[in-house]
Design a binder for this molecule. Sequence first.
Ligand code: PLP
Length: 425
Amino acid sequence: MAGETFLNAAGVGKHGNDTIFSWWAKFQEAKAAGLPAVNGTIGALLENDGNLAINKAVDAAIRDAPEQEIAAYAPLAGLPAFLDLSKTLAFGDAREELEELGFNFTATASPGGSGALYLSANNFLDKGQSVLLRDRHWGPYKGFIQNNSLEFETWPLLPPNGNESHPYFARREFESKLEELCSKQDKIMVWLNDPAHNPTGLSMSPKGRSTCLESFVESALNNPGVGHTLLIDSAYSLYADETHAWADTILESLENGMMWPENFLVTVAVSLSKSHTIYGLRTGSLVSMHPEKEVTDRLETVLCVTARQTWSATPRVSQYCVSEMHSSEEGGNAWGEERDRLKKLLDDRRNVLISECEKLGVPLNPTMDGFFAWIEAEDPVAVAEKCAENGVFLVPLTGGVRIGLCALPFDSVPEVAKALSKAMS
Ligand SMILES: Cc1ncc(COP(=O)(O)O)c(C=O)c1O
């Protein structure tokens, strides 16, 4: 194989995995040939006219940046004002109450949520140990995991036999995986992209979250020698109905008397790519919460050193401008109004897709928030190909087909339901 003289074994094992890009290219080809073509492929939020949607308040704030803030390095851990903002972006209104209850927070800036996931993979498990994921997850997780010499295990996204009280959380399967991992690892870590899951748009519901938290804490209490890290990937959560769903669940559970075992860490991978429409400015953070200050102080050092040794510092201009913007009520409100406008694009498209699919009997997966919807399929490529024959371009992934609501023009959504109906029949 070309390059093998130079590439190590890990490099040789890396293959172009651009399913999303290749299906986007198919859409482009059809469009260029003058054929009817609806784009449900890409993972960025587009306006109904197909242009990239921009949060105008963020754009204005960035354009206002002083030249020093554009040119200079940021401190290695991140700008203090940005780190403070990150804690609020991660925990919302619950942050203050959690602080009053004695919890400590630490944040480390990272190039997007991807950098935050990398920080956790690099530090919270030992080589060869497994991260626990749901079976439907964002594809790049695998790369972050493998590049840190980790493995992964999965549990089902939805309870295989349904569940009336928490239909969007497979408790039994989760608990049995936790038990299995605790029997062979001295540290375990779960990555949970909720609310507004990529690739399905699922949000677990308050009951699903409190049940999940209960299972995890119980596992930590039963296995005091095993470190338990719950990582919430909040990449899309600021577009969800419950923006800080996990912080609210944690606070409520504590108020209801939940014990916090010392071997339990909550950490949030924050991404400003979507929430602030600065995908290319590579800005995010990893925000961790624990009752002991010694623990959060130690994490602060370790994560900052990892950042230094991996990408050096995170871009300064975005950290500066976004923190400045959120520091005034006026700036925060301007961002919020734009966020609401963008969220409405998603909500309108999702509502139509759900109702059209219902009318046609298309078995769409439960989808509530965020950029995507999903349909399970035994042969996802065949389904995507049939949709493409009808001018609708979607992305076949493991276990199903991803419908990029974020890219679909509102008026084209009924065509997607029709194409799916034909493809699934
Ligand atoms: C589930 C999920 N997590 C994290 C990210 C991180 O994105 P970024 O590194 O651009 O912040 C993404 C981006 O697509 C995502 O879909």
